[in-house]
Design a protein around this ligand. Structure first.
Ligand code: UD2
Length: 315
């Protein structure tokens, strides 16, 4: 029987967590609807028991949770603009899916659920860095859905005694992030375009900033969150980031060095639902998990460019 279930196991973050668990010898089950996850992301994860299934289906959730001790819940329909285009699909795949998973996890006797929450819940409050005592102020349907998931986790701890931890990811990037959709993370899109000698597009003036977080930091924090004592972390949410920020214009300048692209970006109007600046206070994850970033932005971007350069992300 697997110790761990990873939802969204054929997605960027899910497959990275599954790979780390397998590497340390754990038994892992993965579930993915393959709506945005890709079979090609399962290469190298052959030791994982993989189920194609949708968390919107309670029976699939029950099957996935059977015999599991800890769930890493990474499945989602990520992307702010996708949620603006189709808020109902985001709700089904983020809110309904999370509730179904929690019901199944509780019924199956799962001990802990670790949840991929999002920095988008802070909205556009001008305070930087964003800290966990701030009142959430979601702008996009995606942010609302991710926040609803957090509240369901806390509720399941309070009402049903299920251990839960929510990690508010800040703009995660790295190998295996899909660069092919216009709903993809910006750095994946920029890496792919600039390596191909194509012009990147910046929405807005490029002075918006993000606390871009390399994937290894996210995997590291998830493993810590699964192992931390319940009395310290259960029912809690915390930021997961690096505690530093960079503008899109600056990322393009670094990517010009790393990719050799010599052109300038195109500028288009600001995207609906977008946040201007994002920077995390990461002290709480330090206190509760002993988390500190292990790979900084520049090194993460260098590794990411190398991965795309060597053919990653293209099926
Ligand atoms: C939000 C969350 C992030 C995660 C993610 C999931 C915030 C601050 N962050 O990321 O934590 O949950 O959603 O999808 O809410 N852009 C361009 N050109 C492009 C693509 C994007 O300029 O080709 C801009 C975009 O308008 C935005 C920035 O890049 O200002 C980042 O966009 P993104 O889609 O990578 O991530 P974001 O910040 O919506």
């Amino acid at each position: 029987m697997p110790n761990y279930l990873v939802t969204g196991a054929a997605g960027f973050i899910g497959r990275s967590i599954a790979a780390a668990l397998l590497a340390r010898g754990d038994t892992v089950r993965g579930i993915d609807s393959l709506i945005t996850g890709k079979r090609s992301n399962l290469v190298g994860l052959e030791a994982m028991e993989f189920m194609e299934g949708d968390l919107a289906d309670p029976a699939a959730c029950a099957k996935a949770c059977a015999g599991v001790e800890v769930v890493f819940h990474e499945a989602a329909l990520a992307s702010v603009p996708r949620s603006v285009a189709d808020p109902v699909a985001t709700n089904v795949n983020c809110v309904d899916a999370t509730l179904n998973l929690l019901v199944a996890a509780h019924a199956a006797g799962v001990r802990r659920v670790v949840y991929a929450a999002s920095s988008s819940v802070y909205g556009d409050a001008p305070v930087l860095p964003k800290h966990e005592q701030m009142l959430p102020s979601p702008i996009s349907p995606y942010a609302v859905a991710k926040l609803a998931g957090e509240h369901y986790l806390t509720c399941f701890t309070r009402v049903y005694g299920l251990e839960t931890v929510s990690l508010r990811y800040f703009n995660v990037f790295g190998p295996y992030q899909d660069p092919t959709s216009h709903y993809s993370g910006v750095l994946a899109i920029f890496c792919r375009r600039m390596l191909a000698g194509e012009q990147p597009t910046i929405y807005g003036d490029g002075e918006q900033s993000r606390d871009f977080t390399y994937i290894d930091n996210v995997v590291h924090a998830n493993l810590l969150a699964a192992a931390a004592p319940a009395e310290k972390v259960s029912g809690r949410m915390m930021n997961l980031a690096t505690g530093s920020r960079i503008t899109l214009n600056e990322t393009v300048a670094i990517l010009r060095e790393l990719t050799g692209y010599s052109g300038k970006p195109a500028y288009e109007p600001v995207r609906a639902g977008d946040i201007r600046d994002s920077l995390a206070d990461i002290r709480l994850a330090g206190e509760l998990l002993g988390y500190a970033p292990i790979v900084d932005f520049r090194e993460g971007l260098r590794r990411t460019v190398e991965w795309y350069r060597s053919g990653g992300g293209v099926d």
